[in-house]
Design a protein. Sequence first.
Length: 172
Amino acid sequence: GSYITLDPNSIESGTAGDYNVKSAHFAYSGPASMTATHPDYPKSLSRQSLRINVPQAANAPDKGWARMPYTLYADGAPLQKGILDNTGQLLIEHQVVTRQYRLELANGVTYQIPIPTEYDNVEQGVLANSGLHNHRSQPDDSLSQPGSHTDHRDLYAAVLQGLNDDQEDKPQ
């Protein structure tokens, strides 16, 4: 059958039959795109609710920046200003065309929030979504280097899991 596919970088249409365009005028122009901050963007058609936990540290998920004023940017353009809720979470009405967010808190802390469409390594995606972001090592002969660029994240996740297991075993 006939089809139309849309993604952030291309539009493709195809058919096994005839393709007719009827128009009084037809013009081609250079590449263009529309971000979610554009006034004409159809926000209600492609919206997904995201709840972002904004902890003060990756190992303190229950210690969020409660009631902290913020500015949220979508693909570099200001999107919304507000105050984080009492749990330190932020609700974003995510538009599928948005590739990344930047969250700036009133205290100067800034978070880069990339929005990948899919992960090459699902296990690493789970760790990234829990706040353990990939930071590549800087070469230094005096330090032992990890075997792969994900080793630091894996080791840190194992340490955090061990700490959580120890806390669960202690009587209250």
